[in-house]
Design a protein around this ligand. Structure first.
Ligand code: GLU
Length: 610
């Protein structure tokens, strides 16, 4: 086996000391060091950035053995399905953005989950009360929230369009990883703990994640032979078993008749997925969104994600201000205000374009941005929520008069998911965000198959409203915030970036772009910088370090800052980005998180000291 040449850096997982391997039913084996997590790597020949060292290692191995960026991205994603099973896997969906060095084109694949054809508009209302199911835990732990998974079909489409390897080839290493296991770290243990109640509701999930009724121990090896067999089956028979065969039938059964253990009182509303939904599932080839910013072309994900349009609209607004010449408070104030406007418009205009007219060109129009910018006071924060703009009538002039009613939509998107970025030796680039929505998805493992089903349909609005572009409709994709992004300068790629984090994904990507291209930070610094997220809500959600650094300055502008964190997770952090910058002479800087989510993992094929 070739030596892994990831640049060594400070091991950020100091918490996770090597420990003894304790397999269920086996005596403790040899010490299992948690692989080092390296947040920044510089070099040539290709690069991978992800949240996990095993996944990054596998992506690099594919690049080293002659695979291209798409081969490596699919292998990395499949490895994340092993090591980050609560964030991503074949039970979910995602968005794949690709730059092709041979044509100079950016193109995307929409592999978002779809609503079953039989879903009623009021599927999220409790028939007993007529009110929406409580989001947590009823709706999130349910069959009703499971959408038709798109991830496996995305991998196949990406490989068919741009790859140089087959699904059989790229799934070999991830299958071996699932069989051999990965070393449990504190993040995995904590995520299992956060989900304990949900996992023990289902016999299959309890059996996989709570062996002997216990949480996995840090330093032990977590094996998933069921998932290894599932990957092997796909290697042998392709997508058929999943979309038209035995696995599909078992998915449907798990959704319609979840494998309840009788151990908890969670209500677990059942779902509507059928074999026909699986048979009919199709990924979509989509044009990327494109926004000009400071001489760069920022390419993102078009609807059904709101990522490209919302990041793009905010950039169009910010393009009108010289942030580089401003002090911290002025620049960050404008970042927050632009984001609030873009979120106001996202709420009323963006949904699945196969079902609703999304005025994408208007949302990304510099003229529309000019009019939206009229509503921003450079010296004072507006009261939130701010009103959406009117895409049917704008001329870029600051108008007076009636405006639409402000809408503060309850934000129920969750904070997990995973992102990876890859560059190969030929200069191809992939930026890929994939998810099963919530940490732990629906909580339902497909019995004997080793993967969790998503609860992506919780991204729909629960209460039926014919005006809402994100209302539940049969076959529809729920609106996403995933924002895999590739930035070009003069037609050549300079950056791939993305993040998990529900609707904060949008602000994380936006903030990294601003930190990198306006505020003079390196890509590693931009990823590490403390984050804040203004999604058109009364308070700005911010990490404690952001509040310490900028709180008083921004409060002087009238912003109210509230610490990040939610009821489900203990972490007061926003996102977990993974980026690669392509510098002069093709020098690659892979930048992952130094600390968030326990630290990410960056690697290059041929390391070089910058
Ligand atoms: N469901 C979210 C979305 O599509 C992603 C999940 C998350 O990051 O929480 O935007």
């Amino acid at each position: 086996m070739r030596r892994l040449s990831i640049v060594r850096a400070v091991p950020v997982l100091a918490l996770v000391a090597p420990a003894l391997v304790a397999l269920p039913g086996a005596p403790p084996a040899a010490a299992a060091p948690v692989p080092p997590k390296v947040p920044v790597a510089t070099g040539t020949g290709g690069a991978v950035s992800s949240v996990d060292p095993d996944a990054t290692r596998i992506g690099l191995a594919v690049l080293r053995s002659g695979g291209n960026a798409v081969d490596a991205a699919v292998a990395t994603a499949a490895a994340l399905g092993v090591t980050e099973p609560y964030s991503a896997g074949i039970g979910g969906g995602g968005y794949f953005v690709h730059y092709d060095a041979s044509t100079g084109k950016v193109a995307t694949i929409d592999g978002r989950e779809t609503a079953p054809r039989g879903i009623p508009a009021d599927a999220f209302l409790d028939p007993a009360t007529g009110e929406p199911y409580p989001f947590t835990p009823d709706l999130v732990t349910s069959g009703v929230s499971v959408g038709t998974p798109g991830t496996l079909a995305t991998w196949k489409r990406a490989l068919d369009r741009w790859g140089s390897r087959s699904l059989r080839q790229v799934l070999g290493r991830p299958a071996a990883l699932a069989r051999r296991g990965f070393v449990v770290d504190e993040t995995f243990r904590q995520q299992t703990k956060d989900n304990r109640e949900r996992f023990r509701t289902f016999t299959s999930s309890k059996r996989l994640f709570l062996r002997g009724g216990k949480l996995p121990t840090v330093g032990t090896r977590f094996r998933n032979p069921d998932l290894a067999r599932t990957y092997d089956l796909v290697r042998k028979d392709g997508l058929k078993p999943f979309y038209r065969g035995a696995i599909g039938a078992e998915i449907v059964k798990a959704v319609r008749k979840p494998p309840l253990s009788g151990r908890t009182d969670l209500p677990v509303p059942t779902g509507y997925l059928t074999k026909k939904d699986l048979r009919g599932y199709r990924v979509k080839n989509q044009a990327a969104t494109r926004t000009s910013y400071r001489g760069l072309d920022v390419h993102g994900m078009a609807p059904s994600s709101s990522g490209g349009s919302t990041v793009g609209e905010a950039l169009e607004i910010l393009e009108r201000h010289d942030l580089a010449a401003m002090d911290d408070a002025q620049a960050l104030h404008l970042y927050l205000e632009a984001s609030a406007r873009a979120f106001a418009d996202r709420g009323v205009y963006v949904g699945d374009p196969a079902y609703v007219d999304v005025p994408l060109a208007d949302l990304l129009s510099p003229t529309f941005a000019a009019e939206r910018d009229c509503t921003i006071d450079p010296t004072r924060a507006a009261t939130k929520p701010v009103e959406p703009g009117d895409v049917t009538s704008y001329d870029g002039e600051c108008a007076t008069g009636d405006e639409a009613e402000p809408v503060e939509a309850p934000d129920t998107e969750n904070v997990e998911t995973t992102h990876l970025s890859v560059v190969d030796r030929w200069g191809d680039v992939v930026s890929y965000t994939l998810t099963i929505e919530q940490t732990g998805g629906s909580g339902i493992v497909v019995p004997g198959r080793g993967f969790l089903l998503n609860n992506e349909l919780t991204d729909f609005t629960a209460v039926p409203d014919p005006e809402d572009p994100n209302r539940i409709q049969p076959g529809k994709r729920p609106r996403s915030s995933m924002s895999p992004t590739i930035v070009l300068r003069d037609g050549k790629p300079v950056l791939a970036v993305g993040s998990p984090g529900g609707s904060t994904i949008i602000t994380t990507v936006l903030q990294i772009l601003v930190e990198r291209f306006d505020r003079g930070r390196s890509i590693a610094e931009a990823v590490a910088a403390p984050r804040a997220s203004q999604r058109n809500t009364a308070a700005v959600t911010a990490e404690p370090e952001f509040i310490d650094a900028y709180g008083p300055l921004l409060e002087a502008y009238g912003h109210e800052l509230a610490p990040a964190g939610d009821a489900l997770t203990s972490a007061a952090e926003i996102g977990a980005a993974a980026a690669i910058e392509i510098g002069p002479g093709g020098l690659l800087t892979a930048a992952a998180e130094p600390a968030r989510r326990g630290g990410g993992s960056a690697g290059v094929v041929r390391p070089r000291t910058p």
